[in-house]
Ligand binder design. Structure first.
Ligand code: COI
Length: 388
């Protein structure tokens, strides 16, 4: 099945969806795609209706977290055509995750034929063209799962590649305006080990952050930042996305990109870096960034970049002023290990960026540039929209 330009233009957004009220949620659509790996090779993608997968209860994806996932977005242009944003990068990244988690690599044919098939089957769920809007995309979720039975700590003989999709709005705030969020440093909890899996998109990197991020959200911090696990000094990434900072000096602007072995190579981040460097003429500094630089007010702006998060300005960062309390291991009496305890207000310090209320100018420019690329309002000089 192929997604040609005329077919994409012929299918307008569904009238059964309230496009102004899209959240970042899952919604049942027409079909998902599945491909099976067995006897040492991938089969052919096939579309399926419904939402359920039939998986053996001894499958390592259920028992040991042997799985990887991706996040990609498709956008509608003013002319009505649909384009997928830089899926080649996600193809590379899912195969990196696959190799770390001992799963077979996807072939280009399997990945891209599946992508075409699932988008073609759900074109009416690609939201209407929305210039300079936050969110408003068909979110595409590829999953690579170890689905054959295997009780031993090892790979099974069978794997399944699935892509499901859902129309989504903004992860943070309103779909109509650029959001600006308050952040919190989760320094009582380590996301991934320094020599671990933080650079891959394995589900196991994400489930442990649900509790601390839920607690932070309840207290008014929708976005949470992780520091490096070895020293809790350097910025790694947000729980949902990569972190970036902006520094202005006179007429010059520098985009500061935290470097770490434990962060995911965000496709949105690398796109924003290209925009900053090649289109806006900004300086780009790629280096380890100590959180102390945020405390010292070294940066004018702070932002998040990710597929779901898009470009999200962070208007403030709060952090513990006391050393985190760590519960040491080794006890046979009760469960042990680090605990996330939200600190009381008197040990939380807040750093504002700009006025601490609204999005900074640099984030606005990056947001406008990125979203105008994604919805085809700018010439695709980088060749980012697929199929072109
Ligand atoms: C994405 O940005 O695609 C992710 O998978 C992050 C997650 C918070 C939804």
């Amino acid at each position: 099945m192929s997604v040609n330009a005329s077919a994409r233009q012929a299918t307008p957004p569904s009238s059964s969806v309230d496009w102004d009220k899209l959240g970042f949620t899952e919604r049942e659509v027409n079909a998902h795609v599945r491909v099976t790996y067995k006897d040492g090779q991938w089969g052919k993608p096939a579309l399926h209706t419904g939402t359920d997968l039939n998986v053996h209860y001894a499958a390592p994806c259920l028992n040991y977290g042997q799985q990887a996932f991706e996040g990609i977005k498709a956008f509608r242009t003013k002319a009505g055509s649909v384009h997928i944003f830089r899926p080649q990068e996600n193809f590379k990244r899912i195969n990196l995750s696959a190799s770390v988690a001992s799963m077979p690599a996807l072939t280009e044919a399997v990945f891209f034929d599946s992508l075409k098939a699932v988008v073609a089957a759900n074109l009416e769920y690609v939201p209407p063209y929305q210039p300079n809007a936050s969110g408003g995309a068909l979110y595409i979720r590829p999953l690579l799962l170890a689905t054959g039975p295997r009780l031993l700590l090892d790979s099974p003989d069978e794997f399944t590649f699935v892509i499901w999709v859902s129309p989504v709005g903004s992860l943070y705030g309103s779909a109509k305006a650029i959001p600006a969020v308050d952040g919190f440093v989760l320094d009582t909890f380590d996301r991934t080990a320094p020599m671990g899996t933080g650079h891959t998109k394995l589900g196991g990197n994400y489930a442990p952050v649900f509790k601390p991020t839920r607690e932070a959200k309840k207290r008014g911090f929708p976005i949470t930042l992780h520091l490096d696990s070895a020293t809790r000094t350097y910025i790694d990434e947000f729980s949902t996305s990569n972190a970036l900072a902006i520094k202005r000096h006179g007429d010059a602007t520098t985009l500061v990109v935290p470097e770490s072995t434990s962060i995911l190579r965000s496709v949105t981040k690398i796109s924003v870096v290209d925009i900053a460097k090649k289109l806006l003429g900004w300086n780009v500094e790629l280096r380890p960034v100590a959180f102390q630089e945020v405390k010292d007010k070294h940066f004018d702006e702070f932002l998040a970049a990710g597929t779901a998060a898009g470009v999200t300005p962070v208007r403030s960062m709060s952090y513990n002023t006391k050393q985190p309390r760590l519960v040491s291991g080794g006890s046979t009496e009760e469960p042990h290990g680090p605990r996330f305890d939200f600190p009381p207000d008197n040990v939380v310090e807040r750093i504002d960026f700009g006025d601490g209320k609204t999005a900074g100018e640099g984030a606005k420019v990056l947001f406008d540039q990125l979203t105008s690329y994604q919805c085809g309002d700018q010439e695709d000089v980088f060749g980012w929209l697929w199929p072109a």
